[in-house]
Design a protein around this ligand. Sequence first.
Ligand SMILES: Cc1ncc(COP(=O)(O)O)c(C=O)c1O
Length: 489
Amino acid sequence: MTPRSISSTSLVRQLGEWRDDDRAGAGGDPLYVQLAGAIRLLILDGRVPLDVRLPGERELASALGVSRTTVSTAFGRLREEGHLVSRHGSGSRTSVPAGPGGRVIGSLIAADDTFAIDLGAAALPAAPGVHAAYADALAALPAHLPGHGYQALGIPELRRALADRYTARGLPTVPEQLLVTSGAQHAFVLVLQLLAGPGDRVLIDHPTYPHAIDAIQRASCRPVPVGLPGSGWDVDGVVAALQQTGPRLAYLLPDFHNPTGRCMDPESRSRIAEAAARTRTTLVIDETMVDLGLEGPPPAPFAAHDPTGGVVITVGGTSKSFWGGLRVGWVRADEGTIAGLGGVRPGLDLGTPIVEQLAATSLLTGHESGLVDRRAALRERRDRLIAALARDLPDWRVERAPGGNSLWVELPAPVSSALTASAERHGVRVVAGPRFGVDGAFERFLRLPYTRPAEELEDAVARLARAYEDLRVAPGPRAVPTTATGAVV
Ligand SMILES: Cc1ncc(COP(=O)(O)O)c(C=O)c1O
């Protein structure tokens, strides 16, 4: 196989505004330290994959407009840390340091707990009903033990509970339209396996959920980003992209979109569903956040706008509503698609654990009242976070969206990656804006989850303010590149 490599143009674009000349002065970080830090962040964020060959030192130095010594010293530092390995004849390849304490590469979730405050994952602890649901599951387990335990489509009682739930939301559904998976991410990967092949285009909201981008790229498909405007969705842009680029799939997050928290109005849903039917594009609607409407419930499910039932595939899960540790998700689609997914699944795994499915059944049929408290807690945390930002970082622009569990904050300058590195030095882990897009977009944005207690969020904002101060960002018209990032926003 030909080794993967990244061109100097692409690396320079990904690096964005890595260089802070103010910091390079006396007492600050030398240029090579800044460059090494910026490349390290790209690797740790998963924006430059592992085992990819970086450009040669001379070529990169000229593309960046720095001396070759700066590049070779930066590479040397990354090599010492284990973020680069050099083998004779194959250049410098991205890597991760061996040993414990390393972070999960590209994941939004830290594998260690070295941060005072971890705002990497936008996820609440388990809802109070989860423990009781596991007790219910153990009580129900004996009925399953005489069987072999392999249920590639899911246990009947959970498929029934999910079907009833969709029906109650105004979308008549039978259990045969449901496949239980090990989380919503797994559900999307299965859909990609069944319906998309190498080179296919997949339309995405831009920004979107980072691991969806990862899954699309791992399936060797090409993301087609359609930017979100000031509020809502660019429906004309989505329709035009459907017509002009012929994507195989479109992956959309209409119900409390991650990271913005927006909710798509019924008319936009209807127009997009019609356009998808015309262009024969399958819409994959990710409803993972659907229970997190903080100002009220979302409109009818997107699939209710699909008159034939053959255009929309819905994926969902219990992670945001109840607990990420459950690892239960599902796909809702027409019966033929479900049968097809059941056929491809064994290549990936042979089913979701029975106890977890029973616990999810218990939660979905008996403990939903806990969601009211969950939403109330999120609402309070969101409002406290917004107030803290207004006080400590008044030039950051915050969108107060109707749901979800994070704020998508607009910074006055394209410094998200630098700020992320600076925040780490102040004990706060955040995920930089570019992780939510492709081609290095969103250096002017930062996702701030409000899933931690309010006091911790206020502490985080105070630390972020100090981290931001360290960058000594000049307010006003500091370069905000619109094309250098390759953004399609
Ligand atoms: C939009 C979206 N989709 C999918 C997932 C993954 O969900 P699961 O934990 O069910 O795999 C997440 C988790 O954060 C998410 O926010």
